[in-house]
Write a protein that binds this ligand. Sequence first.
Ligand code: ZN
Length: 440
Amino acid sequence: MSAPTTTISSLPYELLVAIAVAGQEDRVAESNWEIRTTTFKSEWTLSQLSHRFRDVIVGAPALWTLIETDFISEGSVEILNLYLERSRASKLSIMLCQQWSSRAVGERLLLTGTNHIVPHVHRIQRLRILLEKRWAWDMLALFRDEAAPHLQHLEIVCATLDETPLVMFSSGVPRLDFLKIDGFILQSPAAAFALTHLELRKDWCIDPAYPTLNQYAALTAQCPLLEYLQLDVNWVPEEAPRFLIPTLKYLRISIPGEDADYLLAVVGIFDAPALTELIFDGTHGDQIAFLLGRKTLPHSIFPALTSLTFLLRDSCGCESANENLPSHTISSPPAIFPALSRLTLINQCFTEHLIQDMLGPASHPWPLLKTITLGAVDDSFEKVGAAVEDPMDSKRQRGEPVPEVQLLQLLSRENWSENGPYAERSCSLGKLSSPVSHRT
Ligand SMILES: [Zn+2]
């Protein structure tokens, strides 16, 4: 008796749908702005193979819920409508891109927003919008009075708008968990109470950011569940607002090039006793020494902080000009971060000096420190590696516990992603190149 043969055309309904779903999985998790053409979408490809496949795939609303539209493409609105129709009442994930400011593209964007997106806003779960300046204001204003009862993830990136805060979803977004806003200020959506993840970027702002910092503080004050916060802090005025966030676990702050005490001023505005991980983007060696040498802070305490990272995306001329040589001695362990066990210095000037300060013969024992990760680019890689060996040997000779040191050779800067070698929290060091040598 011969075994029954299975061909792709005789696959059961459930299996066919499962194949299409599997083809969509990575699209759900993606955080870039690449729009896939229909050719690379499993639901689209499978629905074109045969009549039976078409009936099965088109008849499964859950397969038509991932909508990606680039308004520059002809036919993009028709495809969007097809997805809206086939998804029936299912919850939607929508990504809209408009990066080119011709009048025709802008008008298509507004018309689509008005006629097709807003009427479905009640079933949108995830909304990502990338906009060029000229049409952004009008597009986002379409959502001003709306309620989005199922919206969990909202991400909007705009080229420069102005300083006036925008109002969106004033009728409520009760399930909003993830909010990322880049390029403008969003007036706190009515009921931001469920937010656990908040990213507020404003890289382009060159004016003193005092009102901005106040607006940031006002927004975070409405988020009693906040665990993740990412901010650009471009200026800290004397009367700066304070960020009291008892639930915060992860904080990432970008700073501009500033004086040695700037980093301390930034840390001073946060009161986050549950914070476990802190990342600074844009720091220099003198700022690090100044911060870690402090005995107290005026208000803040960070008793739970175990991981501290300093990162610079650009090159700096501090070492070659012999400027800003750190003159403050790091107290080990740092008094303001008593639980610190993992320290990471990525592309920081004066790394050797800092290491000598922390681990050298004059340093105090620091038994809690378990890991030091040092990342250096090109020619400074060997130099940083060599600088670690002596202090580590002297620690061993004194019979003191020695931390594990990871030395990472970074990709050349031109190959870094938008966020530097750390793409996102979850990527950790994944963006770094090998070889990675361990010197312990
Ligand atoms: Zn520097």
